[in-house]
Design a protein around this ligand. Structure first.
Ligand code: HSE
Length: 438
């Protein structure tokens, strides 16, 4: 057997994922070398502070606070710092110095992907980021490589574990939103500032990355339509259940036909998904990506979407691939946007809706509401009415109407909802949610 050569690996960041990457690189050194065809030599770990406590004790001689110097001494740079700067500058420096890059940085790829891919393509470097979406789940390489000969039509994905945990608690254990968020926080699912997760920003970044790979087109994260889960209530969960569905925060990337032809719709919102759909059985903090491709049909990728050692698996997979390329030679593959597909505005997207209204309980109200919907071209499929008893004679009796629509355009539904809001018999538009995955 020929003697193995050495690949210099620099690690930037030693948080929960980074320290596990360092541990596995050290403990599995021989096995990884055999698989990669080259020894993976960890030459340094860039950290902010030399004496922070870490999940695994990285040998002190590897630690450095000079990341700019470290990237000059590596063949592959693993960036696990997160955020935009200094990660972006360090990656550009690494590429300019001739290194390949492995990153788990979804915010950076979603915001600056094209800039980084172009810089890598100019020098024939490889940039890979499997860990950026759905943690341990292999999904980016399957989209980029295994499905490269197919036509992906739609992706429905649960890519945010903490919001899935919260909605699952509400659905299966009857928690209120407040109780579920408290439990998620206590178990370490939610950050001190939960906004990124709860308001759907994290899922929107991942949706943009998935859409780019699925449709070979540029999709900026700001173009992803986004609604979070903060206002989801136990009543909505109950109404969903009565309609045979469960509520999940979905990241959706879909080929749709808009007013001017085919394009891409990307959106993140809490949606009703039929209980028999595979995504409905994704519980707790898990992630899953459901891909519908023209030839392959439906495919589901499921597993841990976060966690130090789990996400380290995705990082090491990218690293071994980069190492094999060094052995074999040839330029790195980058994710070019070869398709010119326009981004379709949310108003042109079609879905079925569940609209819950609290209305005055008197003759003719249901007919008036049906009339408003009909005028806007929104066709009613089901109506469930329940009457709320008035507390005393002075209080008006109201009824809850839960309306299921046939497939309708988003802008027509939103116009109708605005009209309903100002209708004298409508006390409150309680909820407007879309069905997906039917
Ligand atoms: N905040 C993310 C989640 C972690 O809850 O899934 C990984 O991106």
């Amino acid at each position: 057997m020929s003697e193995l050569r050495t690949l210099r690996v620099a690690l930037l960041g030693a948080g929960s994922v980074g320290s596990q990457v360092a541990r596995l690189l050290t403990e599995d050194r021989e096995e990884l070398a055999a698989r990669a065809g080259i020894t993976l030599d960890l030459v340094g770990v860039g950290v902010r502070s030399l004496d922070s406590a870490r999940d695994w004790d990285i040998p002190a001689e590897l630690l450095t606070t000079d990341a700019h110097d470290l990237v000059q001494r590596a063949d592959v740079v693993i960036e696990l710092i997160g955020g935009i700067e200094p990660a972006r500058t360090l990656i550009l420096e690494a590429i300019a110095a001739g290194a390949d890059v492995v990153t788990g940085n979804k915010a950076l790829i979603a915001a600056h992907g094209p800039e980084l891919f172009e810089a890598a393509a100019r020098v024939g470097a490889l940039i890979s980021y499997e860990a950026a979406v759905a943690g341990a789940i292999p999904i980016l390489r399957p989209l980029r490589e295994s499905l490269a000969g197919d036509r992906v039509n739609r992706i429905l994905a649960i890519v945010n574990g903490s919001t899935n945990f919260i909605l699952d608690r509400m659905d299966r254990f009857g928690d209120t939103m407040e109780q579920a968020q408290k439990t998620a926080f206590e178990l370490g699912f939610l950050e001190a500032d939960p906004t990124l997760d709860v308001d759907g920003y994290d899922a929107a970044q991942k949706a943009a990355i998935l859409a780019r790979l699925a449709f070979h087109a540029d999709v900026p994260a700001e173009a992803v339509y986004r609604e979070g889960i903060a206002d989801i209530t136990a009543e909505q969960i109950a109404d969903a259940s009565a309609a045979g569905a469960t509520i999940k925060l979905l990241a959706i990337a879909e080929r749709v036909t808009g007013e001017h032809g085919e394009g891409i719709s990307t959106r993140v919102y809490p949606a009703l998904i039929p209980k028999e759909h595979p995504l409905a059985s994704v519980h707790g903090g898990n992630n899953a990506v459901f891909v519908e491709a023209a030839a392959a049909g439906p495919l589901m990728f499921y597993g841990a979407g976060a966690g130090g050692v789990q996400t380290a698996s995705a990082v090491l997979g990218d690293l071994v691939s980069a190492a094999r390329r060094h052995v074999a030679g040839g330029p790195g593959l980058t994710d070019g946007a070869t398709a010119k597909l326009p981004l379709i505005p949310i108003g042109e997207v079609r879905a079925r809706y569940q609209i819950a209204l609290r209305v005055s309980d008197r003759p003719g109200v249901l007919a008036q509401i049906a009339g408003i919907l009909a005028e806007a071209g929104v066709s009613v499929e089901t109506v469930v009415q329940s009457v709320a008893e008035a507390a005393d004679d002075s209080e008006e009796r109201t009824a809850m109407l839960v309306i299921g629509t046939h497939t309708s355009r988003e802008d027509a539904v939103q116009n109708t909802v605005s009209e309903l809001r100002s209708h004298e018999a409508v006390r409150e538009v309680v909820s407007v949610l879309r069905f997906e995955g039917e």
